[in-house]
Design a protein around this ligand. Structure first.
Ligand code: PLP
Length: 282
């Protein structure tokens, strides 16, 4: 595997991360995780667009256009001779400088990207996963895909210790999203999910789902559902680049409906596979 560092391609093991790197010391940067199926990026344009939105929001300037970043990512894929399923992690930080909270004056952004293998978790998709609920204690700009992930890390660990896959986050009982995915509730044939305000990340898979529901003529209502609504839900599911469209069959130890993945979650997963041109059987 090779790493993209500015315009250099080097082996990832030879990369030295400076101690006074603002990503390391302040979490002063943003990132993207882009899925690769059979050696091709999925939703690349959506991810690059979101990267630039995040960069603008935290005032990091990079000497590349969207087209140039896209071409560098495509080049990275080619150089790694990727033909299987995987993902790229791309990180942009404000750069390296003597430690000071305020932006350094003469520092350029550091850009890193590397590719790893990522197999599809077909068992989870087929059988669904369980989740717990947690208060959303994050800041008010969650639309930025920031490197500051401590609340997400803490929430995911609580989920893991409960033997669950995800933590569903809520503000005063209104569900925002999960620790590393977007979440949706199905009731009487309609999908409900938090609107894309500054309080959640606008997921690239969610953008794809917004396309799928139009074709499938499934009502998509951008209105936060509540913890009480979960008790009455017909289906619950989450989306992310690593999880795809994943049914949630149990929340805080209580089954959702009959505890089986529901028809709308299944339809959207099928639509996802078609859209991503995936041939693996589920
Ligand atoms: N919400 C959060 C907090 C995330 O970290 C992620 C992805 O990592 C998502 C939502 C889903 O985003 P995407 O569909 O772009 O992977």
């Amino acid at each position: 595997p090779v790493v993209l560092s500015q315009t250099k391609f080097v082996h990832r093991d030879s990369l030295k991360y400076p101690f006074e790197e603002r990503g390391l010391q302040f979490g002063d940067g943003v990132y993207e995780v882009i899925r690769i199926y059979q050696g091709e990026y999925y939703l690349l344009e959506e991810h690059v667009d979101r990267l630039f939105r995040s960069l603008k929001a935290i005032k990091i300037k990079i000497p590349y256009s969207k087209v140039e970043i896209t071409n560098l990512l495509l080049d990275l894929l080619k150089r790694n001779k990727v033909t299987e399923d995987g993902k790229v992690y791309l990180q942009v930080t404000r750069g390296s400088a003597a430690r000071d909270h305020a932006f350094p004056e003469h520092t350029t952004a550091n850009i890193y990207a590397y590719i790893t293998k990522q197999h599809r978790n077909i068992e989870n998709i087929q059988h669904g996963v369980c989740a717990i609920t947690q208060a959303d204690i994050r800041w008010e700009k969650c639309f930025i895909k920031s490197l500051n992930l401590l609340p997400n890390v803490m929430a995911k660990q609580v989920a893991k210790e409960a033997g669950c896959y995800e933590a569903i986050l809520h503000k005063n009982g209104r569900v925002t999203e999960c620790s590393s995915s977007n979440v949706y509730l199905v009731k009487d044939g309609s999908i409900y999910t938090h609107p894309t305000t500054e309080n959640i990340l606008h997921g690239c898979v969610r953008m794809a789902v917004e396309r799928f529901v139009k074709n499938l003529e499934i009502p998509f209502i951008e209105k936060a559902f509540t913890l009480d609504d979960i008790d009455e839900a017909d289906e619950l599911f989450l989306t992310s680049s690593t999880s795809e469209v994943l049914p949630i069959i149990q929340v805080d130890g209580k089954m959702i409906a009959d505890g089986q993945p529901g028809p709308i979650s299944n339809k959207l997963q099928k639509a996802y596979e078609q859209d991503a041109n995936i041939h693996t059987e589920v």
